[in-house]
Design a protein around this ligand. Structure first.
Ligand code: NAP
Ligand code: MG
Length: 505
C-alpha cells in the first residue's frame, strides 16, 4: 500500500465569507494529516441522481497498525489535557462546524439524500448542540469526588475508542460518539459507513481546523466487512462504540466480549406509537406518520407500528395515507422537498421486498411503494400498511424505509402488550388526552425513550438515548453518554485536597 501525505483544509477562496473546506480525494486522516492512498478508491454516489460525486479511499487492513499507533499517541497526549481545555476544544469544534454548516449540510444531503432543510437541522444544528451540551456537561461532571467513606472516586479516560457508524444521520451519529469521547479524554478511530464517507472526512478537517491535536481523531474509510473487521480484530482499542444493524452489532458485541472490551451498541428498532382511546386520533396519527417518515423512514427510532383501538383502525389508516400522499418527493437540494430518495438502490429494494411480502401474507398496502415515476434516483413513495398479522414479517422486522403499519388493539392492556411485543426497545410514543394516564403508560413500555403526545423537547441533546432488549447496550448523549467513555477508580486513603472536583485536572 502506497501512502502519500497531502494537505487539506486549505481554503479554496480565502478571504471570502464562503470559505469552503477542501477534502482531498482517496485520503484517510490520521496523525493529524490526510494521506492519499493508491488505488482507484470507491465512488460516492448521489442517491438523487445516481451520479458519482467523489472518490474516497478504500483502505485495506494494512493501514490498521499506523492508525492504531496514531490513536495511541493521541490518547497519551489528550488524556493529560485538563478537563477545562477539553471542554473548550468541543466548543471550538462546535463553532467551526457552525461556520462551515452550509457546506456540511450540502455534503450530507448529496451523500444521504436527506432534504436540505432536514440536513441543516439534524446534521448541523443538532450536532452543534450536542458538542456544546457535552462541553457543558464535561465542566460539571464528577471527575474527582469524595464518597461517603472518605475515598476519592476518580473518573478517568477509558482509552482509545473504535467508533463504527452508519449512513442514515452520519454527522449526528459520529458526533454523538466523538463529543463524549473527546470530553472524557479518549482518542477516536472512526470507521464511517462505506456509502457516506464524505461527512466523516469533513469532520476530520473540522477537527484539524478547530485545533484538536494530531492523533486524537482519526478517520479511515473502507468496507465494514474488511477494514471495519480488521480494526475490530486488532486489539488496538479500549472501547468500541457501534451504531448500526442487529447482526453486525451482535458480532461486534461477541468480539468485544471475548476481548473483555467495553462495547456500546446502538442497534435497530420497531418502535410503537400507542394511541390510547382518549387521544385526538387525527393529531396522533398525522404526527406519528411525519415522525416515521423523517429521512425517508431511514431512522432507527422511527415509530413504524401505529397502534390504535381496533374499531378506529380503518379511520387511522385513511388519515395516515392522506399524510403519506401529501409529501413533496424530489430533489433533496430543493427547499420545498419534504422527502428525498432512499440512500441506495439496495435499501429501496428492501422496502419493495417488504411490501410485496406483506401483500402476499394478506396485509393491505393502503398507499405507497411506487418507484415508477422516477427513472433516476432511488425514490419511492411512502407506504401505509394495515391488516397485517402480528407475527408477520412486516410486523416484527425493521424495514428501515418509509413504511408505517397500522395495527388495531382490543382494550388498553392488549395495546400495551402489543407495544412491548417486539425484540427491540429503542423508543416509543404514547398518545392520550389524560397526562396522568400517558405518564403511567409510558412507564409500562420497555424502551429507552418514550415520547408523550409527540412533544418536541429542547433538551433532546442531553436526554439519554439507547435501547432495551436487542436495540442495544449502553446509552448515548448527556451524562450517560459520557459515562460510556470513562473508567472509575477508587483511591482509598486519599488525603483531602482542595478543589478536587476536576476543574484543575
Ligand atoms: P450496518 O450494516 O450494521 O453497518 C454499520 C457500520 O458497521 C458501517 O460502518 C459498516 O461498514 C460497519 N460494519 C459492517 N460490518 C462490519 C464488521 N464485520 N466489522 C466492523 N464493522 C462493520 O448498518 P447500516 O446498514 O449502515 O445501517 C442501518 C442499520 O443501523 C439499521 O438496522 C438501523 O436500525 C441501525 N441504526 C441504529 C441506530 C441507533 O442509534 N440505534 C441509528 C442508526 C441506524 P460498511 O458501511 O462499510 O458496511
Ligand atoms: Mg451495511
Amino acid at each position: 500500500m502506497v501512502v502519500r501525505a497531502c494537505s487539506a483544509g486549505a481554503p479554496m477562496s480565502a478571504g471570502t465569507a464562503t470559505t469552503q473546506l477542501v477534502i482531498p480525494e482517496r485520503a484517510v486522516f490520521y496523525g493529524g494529516r490526510f494521506y492519499e492512498l493508491d488505488g482507484p478508491g470507491t465512488a460516492v454516489v448521489n442517491p438523487a441522481n445516481e451520479r458519482e460525486i467523489a472518490r474516497v479511499a478504500d483502505a485495506s487492513p494494512e493501514i490498521v497498525d499506523a492508525v492504531v499507533t496514531s490513536a495511541r499517541a493521541g490518547f497519551e497526549l489528550w488524556s493529560r489535557v485538563p478537563v477545562a481545555e477539553r471542554a473548550e476544544a468541543l466548543d471550538r469544534l462546535a463553532a467551526t462546524m457552525e461556520r462551515h454548516g452550509d457546506q456540511l449540510a450540502r455534503i450530507a444531503t448529496s451523500e444521504v439524500g436527506t432534504p436540505i432543510r432536514d440536513s441543516r437541522a439534524g446534521q448541523v444544528n443538532l450536532p452543534v448542540r450536542v458538542l456544546r451540551s457535552t462541553a457543558d456537561i464535561t465542566r460539571d461532571y464528577p471527575w474527582d469526588v469524595r464518597d461517603a467513606a472518605g475515598s476519592s472516586i476518580v473518573r478517568e479516560p477509558a482509552g482509545v475508542v473504535l467508533a463504527i457508524t452508519p449512513w442514515n444521520f452520519p454527522v449526528h451519529q459520529i458526533i454523538t460518539k466523538v463529543a463524549p469521547a473527546l470530553a472524557a479524554g479518549c482518542s477516536v478511530i472512526l470507521k464511517p459507513a462505506e456509502i457516506t464517507p464524505l461527512t466523516a472526512l469533513f469532520i476530520a478537517a473540522l477537527c484539524d481546523e478547530a485545533g484538536i491535536p494530531p492523533g486524537v481523531v482519526n478517520v479511515v474509510t473502507g468496507r465494514g466487512s474488511v477494514l471495519g473487521e480488521a480494526f475490530l480484530q486488532s486489539g488496538g482499542y479500549d472501547v468500541v462504540s457501534f451504531t448500526g444493524s442487529l447482526p453486525v452489532g451482535r458480532h461486534i458485541g461477541a468480539v468485544a466480549g471475548n476481548d473483555i472490551v467495553r462495547a456500546t451498541l446502538e442497534l435497530g428498532g420497531k418502535s410503537p406509537a400507542l394511541v390510547l382511546p382518549d387521544a385526538d386520533l387525527k393529531t396522533a396519527v398525522a404526527t406519528t406518520v411525519r415522525n416515521c417518515f423523517v429521512n425517508a423512514g431511514q431512522k432507527c427510532n422511527a415509530p413504524t407500528r401505529l397502534l390504535v383501538p381496533r374499531e378506529r383502525a380503518d379511520e387511522a389508516a385513511d388519515i395516515a395515507a392522506a399524510v403519506a400522499d401529501s409529501y413533496e418527493i424530489g430533489d433533496p437540494m430543493d427547499e420545498k422537498t419534504t422527502m428525498g430518495p432512499m440512500v441506495s438502490n439496495a435499501q429501496r429494494d428492501i422496502v419493495t421486498d417488504f411490501l410485496t411480502d406483506a401483500a402476499a401474507a394478506g396485509a393491505r398496502v393502503v398507499t405507497g411503494g411506487d418507484r415508477s415515476r422516477w427513472d433516476r434516483g432511488y425514490f419511492i413513495t411512502p407506504a401505509i400498511v394495515t391488516d397485517a398479522e402480528r407475527d408477520s414479517r412486516i410486523a416484527v422486522e425493521e424495514v428501515f424505509g418509509p413504511v408505517l403499519t397500522v395495527f388495531g388493539y382490543d382494550g388498553e392492556a392488549d395495546g400495551i402488550r402489543l407495544a412491548n411485543d417486539t425484540q427491540f426497545g429503542l423508543s416509543a410514543e404514547v398518545w392520550s388526552g389524560d397526562p396522568a394516564r400517558a405518564a403511567a403508560t409510558a412507564r409500562l413500555i420497555r424502551a429507552g425513550q418514550v415520547r408523550i403526545n409527540g412533544v418536541r423537547t429542547p433538551h433532546l441533546p442531553v436526554s439519554p438515548f439507547g435501547g432495551y432488549k436487542r436495540s442495544g447496550l449502553g446509552r448515548e448523549l448527556g451524562e450517560f453518554g459520557l459515562d460510556e467513555f470513562v473508567e472509575v477508580k477508587a483511591v482509598l486513603g486519599d488525603p483531602v485536597v482542595e478543589a478536587a472536583n476536576g476543574q484543575d485536572r
